[in-house]
Write a protein that binds this ligand. Structure first.
Ligand code: GSH
Length: 359
């Protein structure tokens, strides 16, 4: 009998939205052999800084290469490729579909493993439903996941790229991101210059647009080790514009977003006592933001929230509303976000996905 084709998750271990998907796989109790995990090398030189090569199979084509673009025209991870069920019989050529948005992937993973479904699973772990338990909860989940976490303005990668508001932090940021951006820039330049490449104009334009965005950031990072007085007028203007954007993103926009999240979530999880589809999104997003604010995996909720408040500055104070009595100690009041962090940290899924530190 021919083997039943498996779903393949294309991911990158340091990517926020890949991590959300990995959290969901764990929470749903999928076994190690249920889904094939393949790393898409967003950037080789960046990966070699932080990861060792033994983690899974590495797809050398990178996310901008034509083979991956055929799966996901936006060149992003995570991407889940699933066999279509009607073709699962013997001697039938398998057909696949690619699911290219984190929200859809997590929804799919939630539906595809239930206490009743016994197909293609190697795990005995429980299969809890992550669907919100009421229409009201579903609405809150949508607000958190779609309106807040996945809105373009709150893109955790963009927040990463502009996480510097003075010369000292720009120097640190540039040093850490330059290898990553250089690798991506070189990959795109290579694809664009390849005389053998038989891609459409649409793909070429996509590569060009991506490269222009990277070039603009690189122009700032490449001068990141210079003091203001060493810069040309043109470079001074670019740095100034970068700081203006960074200030508006971090101090005005993100401050409001955190206050909104803190009021939307119910606690201890996003939708109350039950872990739901909103949680892998929120846990992965918040973990990245906490990392950007200098938090670490050892910090408790109150510590990471105060680190976030001081990193953002501008008088941000996230309201504390709960007095929680810890065994033998006085009740401490925490914000809902702090309580959320503590609840996430307790979970096996979070401990597994962030076992090498926050990212
Ligand atoms: N809307 C997408 C966003 C995915 C996304 O931003 N992925 C990032 C990594 S976290 C990526 O693949 N970046 C590579 C690129 O855009 O070049 C989703 O929800 O899945």
């Amino acid at each position: 009998m021919s083997a039943i084709p498996k779903a393949v998750l294309y991911y990158y271990p340091l990517s926020v939205w890949s991590s959300a998907t990995l959290l969901a796989l764990e929470e749903k109790g999928y076994g190690d052999n249920d889904v094939d995990l393949k790393i898409v090398d967003l950037c080789k030189s960046y990966r070699s800084l932080r990861l060792n090569d033994s983690q899974g199979e590495i797809a050398k084509g990178e996310n901008y290469g034509p083979p991956f673009l055929r799966l996901n025209a936006k060149a992003r991870v995570p991407t889940l490729v699933v066999p279509l069920q009607k073709t699962l019989g013997e001697d039938v050529e398998s057909r696949y579909k690619a699911i290219t948005e984190t929200k859809a992937i997590i929804g799919f993973l939630d539906k595809s493993r239930s206490p009743l479904s016994r197909t293609n699973t190697t795990s005995d772990a429980p299969a809890p439903s992550l669907m919100p338990a009421s229409i009201a909860f579903l609405a809150t989940s949508k607000t958190i996941v779609e309106e807040i976490l996945h809105s373009e303005q709150n893109d955790p990668n963009n927040l990463t790229y502009v996480n510097a508001r003075d010369d000292t932090s720009l120097r640190v940021l540039s040093e850490s991101l330059l290898p990553y951006f250089k690798g991506r820039q070189e990959a795109l330049a290579g694809y664009l210059a390849d005389p053998e490449s038989r891609v459409t104009d649409k793909v070429k334009n996509f590569w060009r647009t991506k490269k222009e965005a990277i070039d603009a950031l690189m122009a700032v990072y490449e001068k990141g080790d210079k003091s203001e007085s060493e810069l040309s007028d043109d470079d001074k203007a670019k740095r100034k514009e970068f700081f203006t954007t960074a200030k508006s993103v971090w101090e005005e926009h993100l401050a409001k977003v955190l206050l909104k999240l803190n009021s939307e979530i119910i606690g201890p999880y996003a939708l109350g006592e039950q872990y739901s589809i909103a949680d892998p999104h929120l846990a992965a997003w918040l973990t990245r933001i906490v990392m950007l604010a200098g938090g670490s995996a050892e910090d408790n909720g109150s510590t990471v929230i105060s680190k976030l408040e001081s990193h953002i500055g501008n008088g941000l104070a996230i309201p504390k509303i709960r007095a929680v009595a810890v065994a033998g100690e006085e009740a401490v009041s925490k914000s809902k976000l702090a309580e959320y962090w503590d609840a996430m940290k307790e979970r096996n899924s979070w401990q597994k996905v962030y076992s090498n530190g926050l990212h």
